[in-house]
Design a protein around this ligand. Structure first.
Ligand SMILES: [Zn+2]
Length: 160
């Protein structure tokens, strides 16, 4: 839709309240995802416009309102988190863990090395992140989605 969103500098998103879980996942993938300041559609649209963000929603009415206002908006069809991530992958989000954003507040993470262990700290709320058992679980879920994507993809000689 809008042409000024350079794909290679990463995307900026705004999730509606129903998709907060997906929003936290997208932050784990290094995406900039703002929390909605307000539940109302009008405020959401205003925020997206002011901050130049793409709205992510499951609400078709909101999609229409965004289209009418010239605001970029992505409609998610699935209610299942793995399918939602699949839909985001189709929209160009790489499915690799990339700790750059705090999952709680979206603040930028800073890498800190303490006793040889790789850690990240949120520069806003000061929460720490590290590659623990939880990390491996998330990585294997992403791995499953990635391989499903490859299976669904047409062989290259069938593409136009
Ligand atoms: Zn934070």
């Amino acid at each position: 839709m809008s042409e000024d969103t350079g794909e290679d500098n990463g995307q900026h998103f705004l999730v509606d309240l129903m998709l907060m879980r997906l929003g936290r996942w997208l932050r784990l993938l290094g995406q900039d995802v703002a929390n909605p300041q307000d539940a109302s559609d009008d405020r959401l649209l205003l925020q997206a416009r002011n901050e130049c963000r793409t709205i992510i929603t499951r609400d078709k009415e909101l999609l229409q309102a965004a289209a009418g206002a010239g605001i970029s908006c992505l409609l998610i069809r699935s209610s299942k988190i793995s399918d939602q991530l699949q839909e985001m992958a189709k929209a160009g989000v790489p499915l690799w863990l990339d700790p750059r954003r705090c999952t709680i507040c979206n603040g930028p993470l800073q890498e800190t090395k303490t006793s040889g262990m790789k850690k990240w700290q949120c520069s806003v709320c000061k929460k720490f992140y590290w590659e623990g058992g939880h990390w491996q679980k998330m990585e294997s879920m992403l791995q499953a989605i990635r391989s499903q994507r490859e299976e669904n993809a047409l062989p290259s000689h069938c593409r136009r």
